[in-house]
Write a protein that binds this ligand. Structure first.
Ligand SMILES: C[S@@+](CC[C@H](N)C(=O)[O-])C[C@H]1O[C@@H](n2cnc3c(N)ncnc32)[C@H](O)[C@@H]1O
Length: 350
């Protein structure tokens, strides 16, 4: 399997394996299988899911109608149009390799090794032992990789732990009593679920989104994971006024979402975050059109892009840090597409 990889990927894996205290030796291909095995075994569809996760479900129809009637700047989609959602979101397999989270499509047959390198990296930073504690059950089509001595690994799990540790290093996430998080463009509630599992001090995690299918899935998923609404909830786009009545949020997060919105939508969300006086803001953009150094770009209806850094300044936010997702140059460079993200941390100053 190692022979099929490009040199940077091979070097990355070698470096991570060595840093983890192991030595790589040549073995017969057959011998490596118990160590590196992939699996994408679709897990059983949870009870009631087929009945609920349908395009004609009354709750989804209600959200669609309400969002369409809003004439709201954030609901004028340049990327997440109705046809994009129809083509890219399969309700029953919403944790599959789709528009919410690319999982295997960017791999050239080497997904097992890339996930293995990612797993080794997270194990190296995992001083709170989150990886063994947070389980991946592969539900709703999630691609899951199995490596010897570990439970299943997925991008949902690995990315979420990485994001949690980044915020912990910068703003002491675990040390904040009654932590409150607002997630803009929260998708199906991936990070909401993982933060609830990982952080006993998390008081409230609120998901907002401008796509009715995302709100519908987040509502469903958080309930499916047994999270009480008082701790993890999705607030519909026409009910955002409810946020004003909530206790102060500590941090707002936006993971791979602003870069899929147009400029005016980003402006609106940033003004909202500013009005709510949220001190910390984490943005994890998609890779920028001009390379890794320039990644805070909107996407407009004509597919053009606009740098939105000035909107952050306009909303009173100053950049504190821009850090690679993987604090390891081999991994950041060696696993392109999988790891081309930078975390941007902003603090409110005005
Ligand atoms: C790539 S997904 C990321 C989901 C989630 N943040 C995660 O990392 O798992 C992009 C998200 O942005 C949301 N989105 C698209 N357009 C939006 C807009 N104008 N305002 C807010 N969210 C939007 C989509 O509904 C989707 O949930």
């Amino acid at each position: 399997m190692l022979q099929q990889l490009t040199r940077p990927v091979k070097n990355t894996i070698k470096s991570l394996v060595q840093k983890s205290g192991y030595q790589i030796t040549k073995v017969d291909t057959l011998d490596i299988e118990p160590l590196i095995g992939s699996s994408f075994t679709p897990s059983a569809v949870p009870a009631g899911a087929r009945e609920y996760l349908r395009g004609d479900h009354p709750r989804l129809q209600d959200l669609r109608r309400r969002y369409a009637a809003l004439n709201h700047p954030v609901a004028a989609h340049s990327h997440w149009t109705t046809s994009f959602v129809n083509d890219n979101v399969e309700l029953l397999n919403f944790r599959g390799d789709n528009a919410y989270l690319w999982q295997v499509r960017q791999s050239r047959g080497d997904a097992e090794m890339r996930y293995f390198a990612n797993t080794l990296y997270i194990e190296r930073i995992d001083h709170r032992r989150l990886l063994p504690a947070l389980v991946e059950d592969g539900a709703f089509g999630c691609h899951t990789f199995q490596y010897q001595g570990r439970h299943g690994m997925s991008r949902d799990l690995l990315d979420s732990i990485n994001e949690i540790y980044f915020l912990d290093r910068q703003i002491g996430l675990f040390d904040r009593p009654d932590l409150r998080v607002l997630d803009i463009g929260a998708g199906y509630g991936r990070l909401a679920h993982r933060m609830c599992e990982a952080l006993p001090n998390l008081k409230s995690y609120v998901c907002v989104d401008a796509v009715p299918e995302s709100t519908f899935l987040a509502e469903y998923y958080l309930k499916h994971r047994g999270l009480p609404e008082s701790r993890a909830s999705a607030v519909a786009l026409d009910e955002l006024h409810k946020l004003e009545a909530m206790p102060q949020f500590d941090v707002a997060v936006n993971i791979h979402s602003f870069t899929e919105c147009n400029y005016e939508a980003i402006r609106w969300w940033l003004n909202m975050v500013s009005k709510l006086n949220i001190r910390w803001l984490l943005i994890a953009p998609n890779k920028g059109p001009l390379g890794a150094e320039h990644d805070l770009f909107s996407i407009e209806s004509d597919r053009s892009r606009k740098d939105f850094m000035n909107l952050l300044e306009e909303a009173g936010y100053k950049q504190e840090l821009r850090a690679p997702k993987f604090d390891d140059p081999h991994l950041q460079i060696g696993i392109p597409r999988f790891a081309d993200t930078y975390y941007h941390l902003f603090q409110k100053v005005a």
